[in-house]
Design a protein around this ligand. Structure first.
Ligand code: NAP
Length: 325
């Protein structure tokens, strides 16, 4: 069914976002005969695109069921095919506005100022994910998965006995660096100031780790290497001097940003912008609106946990719809 056919109609389940959470919700909702409509987003040059963060990943070796590993985009294609096989309608469009003030909830596509929403839904599953904040340097997106990473849990294993860098001075950077010393021969933390933002305990853990060293007052200016990262050009912010750091891997750990702009004023958010859900549930403050995956998870941030909460959201949506009828 095309989007035009949906205009003026009411659907049981609309899913906004198409990473592991959204597509798992789509699989479950479709198999429950709820005919979910998925707004998967639109391809863009940034890290915000259909399929979510796994589209920017190469080998995924920790997703259960793939003992030999699987490429991130292939994994997401499989999720998508599985959802489509059971009848989920997947549209390559972005929601531009939502109105959760009255049932059925309105979702706009394109002009957010239009009088009428593109579709109305009894339940909405929000799975718009999050993005790692990046440095914004040339070739950054294409190097992700080729020496550049934003997830030590996912990719640390690939850097056994190598010298790698971690950028950032917060808890994430300390945690990633400490974790990476399980694999790497040496980890250099590059921080733009001379004092860390991280909590004292995380700082201490990093300072005490003999495989970790620090480059203070330093910023990465350039990624070196052609198709794979082969080093970093570093600038000392005090002296202006540049140097080369010979690393084969670089982990960017300067924070994450949830994709929640669309829900400002509609759903409750934590101070850091992540959506609030009830404990052990995907329920938001609005009845019939559920949030799953990284958009509401600032702690685990794994594909498999996102898929798990996607399943929860679909089951909760189904039960909510039953309660309405
Ligand atoms: P964060 O606390 O915001 O720290 C970000 C770090 O990246 C800061 O040191 C910042 O430098 C640096 N940075 C930001 N933009 C940069 C840029 N463009 N270039 C270079 N450096 C840049 O983020 P986070 O570490 O991800 O932590 C987020 C929240 O999660 C925090 O509340 C943290 O406590 C929590 N967390 C907790 C744990 C844990 O307890 N196990 C683990 C991870 C995260 P400046 O310091 O100069 O601003």
């Amino acid at each position: 069914m095309s989007l035009d056919d949906l205009a003026g109609r009411e659907v049981e389940v609309a899913i906004i976002g198409s990473g592991p959470a959204g597509l798992t919700a789509a699989i479950y909702a479709a198999r429950a005969n709820l005919h979910p409509v998925v707004l998967e987003g639109e391809p863009s040059s940034t890290s915000d695109q259909p399929g979510g963060q796994l589209m920017l990943t190469t080998d995924v070796e920790n997703y259960p069921g793939f003992p030999e590993g699987v490429m991130g985009p292939e994994l997401m294609q499989r999720f998508r095919d599985q959802a489509a096989r059971f009848g989920a309608q997947i549209h390559t469009v972005k929601a531009s506005r939502v109105d959760f003030s009255e049932q059925p909830y309105g979702i706009w596509i394109g002009d957010p100022g239009a009088d009428e929403p593109a579709l109305r839904a009894r339940t909405v599953i929000v799975s718009t994910g999050a993005q790692s904040i990046m440095l914004g340097l040339d070739r950054e997106v294409e190097l992700v998965g080729h020496g550049l990473s934003t997830c030590a849990t996912c990719d640390g294993f690939f850097f056994r006995d190598q010298h790698i860098a971690v950028v950032g001075g917060g808890d994430s950077a300390m945690e990633e660096a400490t974790f990476l010393t399980r694999f790497a021969s040496r980890v250099t933390i590059i921080h733009r100031r001379d004092a860390l933002r991280a909590s004292k305990i995380m700082q201490r853990r990093a300072f005490d780790n003999e495989r970790i060293d620090f480059m203070w007052n330093s910023v990465v200016e350039e990624y070196l290497g052609e198709s794979t990262l082969a080093g970093l050009r570093i600038r000392d912010t005090k002296t202006g001097e540049t140097s080369t750091l010979d690393v084969t891997g670089c982990f960017i750990a300067i924070g994450h940003r949830p994709n929640t702009d669309l829900f400002v004023g509609q759903l409750e958010m934590k101070e850091n912008g992540y959506l609030v859900t009830e404990a052990n549930s995907t329920r938001t403050v609005v009845d019939g609106v559920f949030a799953c995956g990284d958009v509401q998870d600032d702690y685990y941030r794994q594909a498999v946990t996102a898929a798990g909460t996607g399943c929860m959201a679909a089951i909760e949506a189904e039960r909510y719809l039953e309660s309405l009828h």
